[in-house]
Design a protein around this ligand. Structure first.
Ligand code: GLN
Length: 557
C-alpha cells in the first residue's frame, strides 16, 4: 500500500501549482474552495489534481476518532484519508492517487526512513530544509503521476498555527523556485457580528500579515462570510492586504456546496487564476453538466425520507453529520437522479436501545445503517434492523450495517440467541461475524494503523440478484475498510433460512453482499464494502439509487 517515492525533483511536464491556505478560523470551506477551483479549471479542459496536507502526527486518518476528525475517506489504493479527498474525487469525478494525501506524521516517517537508509549521504538531516523538501517532492510527484497541468494543494489548519509552518515554508520555497507557476489562495472568514451589523475585514488583515511573516503572499482572497462581500470591503482588503480588488472573491454561505463553483465563476475566478499562471484561456469555464446537476438538486418533484442510524452524531451539544459525509452525499446524488428531494434525518442508535422508540421509524421511507466500530449503540442498531425487517421498511446496511443485519438474522430467525460478532463479544458461543484470519495475526501483534482490509477489491455477483440487477453487471470493484467478515461456518445455515449472499470475493471465501429476496422483503440489502466512496454527483451509485427508489416506492404503499 505504501507508495514508492522518488527523491528527484525533476518534472516531466511544466506543472502549475496552486496552494490553498486558511485564515482566521477553520471549518469555513477550504476543502470545498479547493474542490471548486479544481472543477473550474478542469471545466476549462485542463488536467487537474488535488492534494490535501493534514498537520497531524497521525500517519493517516485511520487512527483518528471520527467525532474528532470527521469521515475517514478510503482511496482506491487503501490509504485512509481526510474527507476532503472525497470532495476532490466527487467534484472532479475521478479517482485520486494515494500520493496526494500527506500528514506531518507520514512526512517525518519518510524522512526518517530515508535517513536510516543513508539516502542523505551523511548530511545533517534537519527540520528545515529536509521536511519542506520532502513535502515538495511529494507535491511534484503527485503532479507527475496525474500528468497535471494544475496541481492544487490544500494546507490543513489555519495560518498562524504552529503546526503548518513547515508546509508554508514548502510553499515559499516552491514560489522562489518557480515564481510564475505558483499561486496562493487564502480562504478567510469575514464575520458580521450581530451587535455591529457590519462585515469586518480586520481578522482577515491580521491573517494575511501572519501569512506574510512566513514569506508567503496571497494572490487571491476568498472572502467567506454569512453574506456577499461588497465592493467597499473588497477595496479595503486590496489596500491593506496587497491583493488586487478583483482578486477578492465573494463566497457567502450557500444552501448547497455544489453552488460554490458556480458562484466563484461569477467573479471570474478561474479566468483570473489562469491569467496569473500564464495559461491561455478565455471566457467562462464550461459548467453545463454541473449546472444541470445543481438544477436537478433543487427541483425534486417529491420528497423521500431516509433515516441514517449511527453512533457518531453527537459532539457535546452539537450534531455532527460530517462523520458520514460520503454516505449522505451518495443518498443525495441518487435522489436527485430520481428527481426526488431527500430529507435525511440522523438518528442516534443508542436511542433505540429502548424498543418503545422503534415505532418512530414508521415515519421514514427507508433506513440506512452505515459503517462503524465497537460496542456502543449496537443493541440499538440490532433492534432497528429487526424492526425494519419485520415491517418491510427498505434497509441498506453498509459494512457494520451489513454485519449486524446478518447477526440480527442469526439471532432472531436462526434463533441462535447467543450469537455475536467477535469484535464485541469474542466469547459468545456463535460468532456469526468473525475476525478475518490475517487480521487475527495483525491484532495479536498490535499492528492497528493502516492494517485493515483496505481499498479496492473485486467481487462477483449472482445473476439476477437485486445487486446484479442494480449494478447491471456481474463483476464489481468496491473499496473496503474492515477487520471482520461473515463467519464461513454459518453461511449454509443463513442461506437455508433465506439470506442470499449475492456478492462474494472471486474465490467465494468472503461474503461481500447479502440480500433478502423480493418475495420476503421490498428491499433489504447489506454490503461489506463502502459504495459511498464511489458515488459522484454526475454518476450516482447504483446501489444507493436502488435503495432510494425502493424507499420512495415504500412511501407510496
Ligand atoms: N467494525 C467492522 C469491521 O471492522 C465494520 C467496519 C466498518 O463498518 N467500516 O469489520
Amino acid at each position: 500500500m505504501a507508495t514508492k517515492r522518488t527523491t528527484s525533483t525533476k518534472e516531466k511536464k511544466e506543472h502549475r501549482y496552486i496552494f490553498i491556505v486558511g485564515g482566521v478560523m477553520s471549518g469555513v470551506g477550504k476543502g470545498i474552495a479547493s474542490s471548486s477551483i479544481a472543477l473550474l479549471l478542469q471545466s476549462r479542459g485542463l488536467t487537474v489534481t488535488a492534494l490535501k496536507i493534514d498537520p497531524y502526527i497521525n500517519v493517516d486518518a485511520g487512527t483518528m476518532n471520527p467525532t474528532e476528525h470527521g469521515e475517514v475517506f478510503v482511496l482506491e489504493n487503501g490509504l485512509e484519508t481526510d474527507q476532503d479527498m472525497g470532495n476532490y474525487e466527487r467534484f472532479l469525478g475521478k479517482n485520486i492517487s494515494g500520493i496526494n494525501y500527506m500528514t506531518t506524521g507520514s512526512v517525518y516517517q519518510d524522512v526518517i526512513r530515508k535517513e536510516r537508509n543513508l539516502e542523505y549521504k551523511g548530511k545533517n538531516v534537519e527540520v528545515v530544509p529536509h521536511i519542506p523538501e520532502e513535502v515538495i517532492n511529494r507535491i511534484k510527484k503527485a503532479a507527475d503521476v496525474a500528468e497535471a497541468d494544475v496541481t492544487i494543494t490544500e494546507i490543513g489548519g489555519t495560518v498562524g498555527e504552529y503546526q503548518n509552518v513547515l508546509f508554508l515554508e514548502a510553499v515559499r520555497m516552491m514560489k522562489t523556485e518557480m515564481p510564475g507557476r505558483v499561486l496562493v489562495v487564502m480562504v478567510s472568514y469575514l464575520p458580521v457580528p450581530g451587535s455591529i451589523g457590519e462585515m469586518k475585514t480586520k481578522p482577515t488583515q491580521t491573517a494575511v500579515r501572519s501569512l506574510n511573516s512566513a514569506g508567503v503572499f496571497a494572490d487571491f482572497i476568498i472572502a467567506r462570510g454569512p453574506v456577499p462581500i461588497d465592493q467597499k470591503r473588497k477595496d479595503k482588503i486590496a489596500q491593506f492586504c496587497n491583493v488586487r480588488a478583483d482578486h477578492v472573491i465573494s463566497a457567502p454561505d450557500v444552501a448547497s456546496v455544489y453552488d460554490v463553483p458556480v458562484n466563484f465563476e461569477k467573479d471570474n475566478l478561474s479566468l483570473r487564476i489562469c491569467e496569473i499562471l500564464g495559461i491561455k484561456t478565455r471566457g467562462q469555464a464550461n459548467l453545463t453538466s454541473w449546472k444541470n446537476f445543481v438544477k436537478r438538486s433543487k427541483n425534486g418533484k417529491d420528497t423521500v425520507k431516509i433515516a441514517v442510524v449511527g453512533k457518531y452524531f453527537n459532539s457535546g451539544d452539537f450534531v455532527l453529520s460530517d462523520v458520514y459525509l460520503s454516505v449522505l452525499e451518495a443518498i443525495k446524488y441518487s435522489s436527485y437522479a430520481l428527481n426526488l428531494k431527500p430529507q435525511i434525518t440522523y438518528l442516534s442508535s443508542q436511542l433505540f436501545e429502548d424498543k418503545k422508540q422503534l415505532k418512530n421509524l414508521k415515519e421514514y421511507d427507508g433506513v440506512l445503517i452505515p459503517g462503524g466500530f465497537g460496542a456502543t449503540g449496537i443493541q440499538g442498531k440490532l433492534n432497528v434492523i429487526e424492526y425494519v425487517r419485520k415491517n418491510s421498511i427498505p434497509y441498506f446496511g453498509i459494512c457494520y450495517g451489513m454485519q449486524l443485519a446478518v447477526l440480527e438474522y442469526a439471532q432472531n430467525v436462526l434463533r441462535l440467541k447467543d450469537a455475536s460478532t467477535e469484535e464485541i463479544n469474542p466469547h459468545a458461543s456463535h460468532l456469526v461475524i468473525g475476525v478475518m484470519p490475517d487480521q487475527r495475526e495483525k491484532i495479536a501483534r498490535g499492528e492497528m494503523g493502516g492494517s485493515m482490509r483496505l481499498g479496492e477489491y473485486t467481487a462477483k455477483l449472482t445473476k439476477r440478484s437485486i445487486a446484479a440487477r442494480a449494478y447491471n453487471t456481474q463483476e464489481i470493484k468496491e473499496r473496503h475498510r474492515h477487520r471482520y467478515e461473515v463467519n464461513p461456518v454459518y453461511i449454509e445455515r443463513l442461506s437455508q433460512k433465506g439470506i442470499v449472499f449475492s456478492g462474494t470475493s472471486p474465490d467465494e471465501t468472503l461474503m461481500e453482499i447479502m440480500e433478502l429476496p423480493g418475495a420476503i422483503h421490498p428491499f433489504f440489502l447489506g454490503v461489506q464494502f463502502h459504495p459511498e466512496f464511489h458515488a459522484r454527483p454526475l454518476t450516482p451509485h447504483p446501489l444507493f439509487t436502488a435503495f432510494v427508489k425502493a424507499a420512495y416506492e415504500n412511501k407510496d404503499t
